[in-house]
Structure formats: structure tokens, C-alpha cells
Design a protein around this ligand. Structure first.
Ligand code: PNW
Length: 446
């Protein structure tokens, strides 16, 4: 089909932050280098039967050694923003105490390399790789870990606060709660609902303490939480389905949004958990004040909607991607962005993840034709554009992911990148979607 005429295009705001995202354990490799300690993901991925094909993040995309090449690829794409995460066990191998200078040096080189290429760094403090030493003393079930996290954050604010303009505290607390403590599919691999929501509270507390720690420095950097939000729709028109979807939304979204942005946990969720739950018993006076420390922006990650039946089970309505949990529904992007603006705004928003896995192959002619990713991103960006047109203050958008990487329990089987990684050689190849995204960025329009 011919290109749409310029007039038919969807222009994005001037200075829109076109970006891509990664996380430390998923791309860095170099698991034993420069004094890095072990994280719960080292333990989990090396335990038999936890990860598809027995994959681990030991080498991953070898980004720790190839970061300069990866920075050049980002520049070639024209990225304006790059979201990455910092590995806590590289900075504090045992989760406490003095900083490991070689770990800090890596992130300083990375951040300086971004600035040299005109790309704005966005640093996530925690993307699930808790130091194993802290897991050994209770992990996120221990309230003390929230304070340890604030100390770790303070090290980074001190070391990099003059050159990182945007910080995100905790990536997807919900995924730690649900996959780490309910289904057990992620580290630390537990199935303990009562523990899970206490963990949610401590993750929120850690977020708030880190925000407070940044405010105690002279840094002008901005900070906010990063939540994966799932619009929860009733599966049918019955009042019972509407009610079930509302409670589901409480657990998926409001428990995090309300505590961080309104200073209260949702009453329906607290009632459902009950006064004897470990979480409710674990909330102390003053906690919600800490958790709701004012933030500068809200990071939203959108992948899938959820349809809830009258009995609280879920059903599928749309085609799924290679990830069985993901239904492809671009309007969900519009719904979630407009909803958070309506219920929690006005607050600057950034989309810090959106994407899908596709069955990519490197063809003999050296191309990777991930047309499914082009369609997905175009449709989701069009929905984001519609939200902007309707007044949502969206400042940037990050594709998950820059590179194919270690997709947690799925190992290397699922490819989520704009850039293909040939793991045998670590060669990088721009997929069709990367070429397409470069053009979108150059046009500042879809
Ligand atoms: C995110 N869900 O996780 C993570 O932040 C990334 O590290 C990960 O690679 C990416 O999305 C793709 O999975 C999610 O069940 C995990 O809806 C689960 C869900 C969503 C996001």
C-alpha cells in the first residue's frame, strides 16, 4: 500500500520521547564480572526445571561487553530516550554496605554514552534482581528490605544524580507479587498468597522511601513508579461480572495506583484480604504517607486487557501473541492512559513498555520480517496518539524491547526485540520493525 499522505498521518507532540526499554538481568550477562553479587534470578534460573530449556541470564545478549555497539544501534534508530535498569547486585553485591565502584563505573559509562549520542537516560532502580543475600534474610517479606532499597537508591542518586534525568523506582511491583509469590513462575518461586500482599506493601514502601531519598539530594532528576496496568473489563453485561471486574481491577491496578498516588489502599481490596492478612497487619501508621510521597511522573506499561466473569475467572476475547497471557487489544492502551489521567491526573505519563513476542527468523538474505510487530506497534501507537489528542499528557513511549533478551521463565524462546540477537555469535540485526520505528521517529508521526 502507498504511504499515507502527510495530511493523513498522525503527528506526535514536538520533542516526543521515542524510546526503547531493556532490563539488566535480561540483557547484560557478565554474571560474575567486576564484583557482581548473585541475585534471586541467578538462583532461580540455575535451579532445575524453572526456565524453559534450562536457559539462564549468565551471558544473555552480552550487553555488559557490547554496550558501545548497542549505543550506536540506538543512535542509528534515532532513539531519544533509553530505559534500562541497574543491577542491584552489581552495586551492592550483598545488598548492603559500600558501593562496588566497578559496578557504578559500568552505568556511568552507559549513561555518558547515551548523552554523547543525544539519547536521554531513564534508569529503573529495580527490575526484579534482588540480591540473593537479602532474599536469604526474608526478601520482600521482610520490611527491612524496603529500607535497604532506599540506601541502594541513595548510592545511585549520589553517583549518577547529576546525569540521569528520570528515575523509575520499582518495575512492575504486581509482577513480583503475582509471579514471584502467587504462581511461582518467577523468582523467588513461592506460592503463598498471604505473603504475596505483604510483599506488595513492602514494594510500595520501598518505592516511597526511594522517592524520599531522591528529595534529600540536590538532584533535579524526576522520579516515579512503573506499573503494568491491565484494563479489567466485565466479560458480559451482568451486574455480577461488573462487580467481579471491579475487584479484579483493585488487585491488578488500584492497590498500586491508589497507594502511590492517593495515599490509601482501596477499601474493597483491604476488605477482601481481611484484617488478619499479613498485609493488613503489616501496614503501620505513616506508611501510606511514605508510599504517596509526591512523584513527578507515572510510568505505564501496557500489554493486555483482562475480561472477568461473574465468578471472578478470566476469559479470552482477542487473539493472543506467542505469550499466552497476552491478548492483542490496542484500544486497551487508550483506555488505560485516559483512565489514569482521569482518576489520578493530571500527571505526566510515560509508556515504559509495550510490545509482543513474534516468531522471528533470520533469513538467508540477512533480514528479519517481523511484520506482526509493525502492526502491533502501529496500532498501539495510534491508540496512544488518540489519548494524546484527548488531552493525556504523554511525554514518551518505549518499545519493549530494544533487543531480543532473556524473557524470564520463557528463556530465549520468545523474541521481544526491535533488534534480533543471534545468540550463537551475538550478532545484532535490525528487524523490519526497527527500520519502521526509525522512520516513525524521523517523521515524528505515524
Ligand atoms: C514485563 N502480564 O513483564 C517486564 O517488565 C519485562 O521484563 C518483560 O520482559 C516484559 O514485560 C514481557 O513479558 C510482564 O502477565 C510480565 O501481563 C507479565 C505480564 C506483563 C508484563
Amino acid at each position: 500500500a502507498p504511504d499515507p499522505s502527510p495530511a493523513a498521518r498522525l503527528p506526535f507532540p514536538q520533542d516526543f520521547g521515542w524510546g526503547a526499554a531493556t532490563s539488566a538481568y535480561q540483557i547484560e550477562g557478565a554474571a560474575k564480572e567486576d564484583g557482581r553479587g548473585e541475585s534471586v534470578w541467578d538462583t532461580f534460573s540455575h535451579a532445575p526445571g524453572r526456565i524453559r530449556n534450562g536457559d539462564t541470564g549468565d551471558v544473555a545478549a552480552d550487553h555488559y561487553h557490547r554496550y558501545a555497539e548497542d549505543l550506536d544501534l540506538m543512535r542509528d534508530l534515532g532513539l531519544r530516550s533509553y530505559r534500562f535498569s541497574i543491577s542491584w547486585p552489581r552495586i551492592q553485591p550483598d545488598g548492603t554496605g559500600a558501593a562496588n565502584q566497578r559496578g557504578l563505573d559500568f552505568y556511568r559509562r552507559l549513561v555518558d554514552g547515551l548523552h554523547e549520542r543525544g539519547i536521554s537516560p531513564m534508569a529503573t532502580l529495580f527490575h526484579w534482581d534482588l540480591p540473593q543475600a537479602l532474599q536469604n534474610t526474608g526478601g520482600w517479606e521482610s520490611r527491612d528490605v524496603a529500607q535497604r532499597f532506599a540506601d541502594y537508591a541513595a548510592i545511585l542518586f549520589d553517583a549518577l544524580g547529576d546525569r540521569v534525568p528520570v528515575w523509575l523506582t520499582i518495575n512492575e511491583p504486581k509482577t513480583v507479587v503475582q509471579n514471584g509469590y502467587l504462581t511461582g513462575h518467577h523468582a523467588p518461586g513461592l506460592r503463598d498468597p498471604d505473603a504475596a500482599y505483604l510483599v506488595a506493601h513492602h514494594l510500595q514502601l520501598a518505592h516511597g522511601l526511594a522517592v524520599r531519598a531522591l528529595r534529600e539530594t540536590s538532584s533535579t532528576g524526576r522520579i516515579g513508579p512503573a506499573f503494568n496496568l491491565h484494563p479489567c473489563y466485565p466479560a458480559d453485561g451482568s451486574p455480577a461480572a461488573a462487580e467481579a471486574a471491579r475487584l479484579y481491577d483493585g488487585y491488578e491496578n488500584r492497590i498500586y495506583l491508589d497507594s502511590a498516588l492517593k495515599g490509601s489502599y482501596p477499601e474493597d481490596v483491604l476488605a477482601d484480604l481481611g484484617p488478619d492478612s499479613r498485609m493488613v497487619r503489616g501496614i503501620r501508621d505513616g506508611d501510606l504517607e511514605i508510599i504517596s510521597a509526591p512523584v513527578d511522573l507515572l510510568a505505564v506499561q501496557y500489554y493486555t486487557p483482562i475480561y472477568v466473569t461473574a465468578t471472578g475467572s478470566t476469559v479470552r476475547r482477542w487473539p493472543t501473541s506467542e505469550a499466552e497471557w497476552q491478548q492483542i487489544y490496542p484500544d486497551g492502551m487508550y483506555d488505560i492512559l485516559t483512565r489514569v489521567t482521569r482518576d489520578y491526573g493530571p500527571i505526566p505519563l510515560t509508556v515504559t513498555e509495550n510490545g509482543l513476542p513474534t516468531p522471528d527468523v533470520l533469513a538467508a538474505d540477512g533480514t528479519v520480517e517481523d511484520t506482526g510487530r509493525v502492526t502491533f506497534l502501529r496500532d498501539h501507537l495510534a491508540a496512544a496518539h488518540r489519548a494524546v489528542t484527548d488531552g493525556v499528557p504523554l511525554e514518551s513511549f518505549h518499545v519493549w524491547s530494544l533487543l531480543d533478551n532473556f524473557e524470564w521463565a520463557e528463556g530465549y524462546d520468545q523474541r521481544w526485540g526491535l533488534i534480533y540477537v543471534d545468540y550463537a555469535t551475538q550478532r545484532r540485526v535490525l528487524k523490519r520493525s526497527a527500520h519502521w520505528y526509525r522512520q516513525v521517529i524521523a517523521d515524528n508521526a505515524l
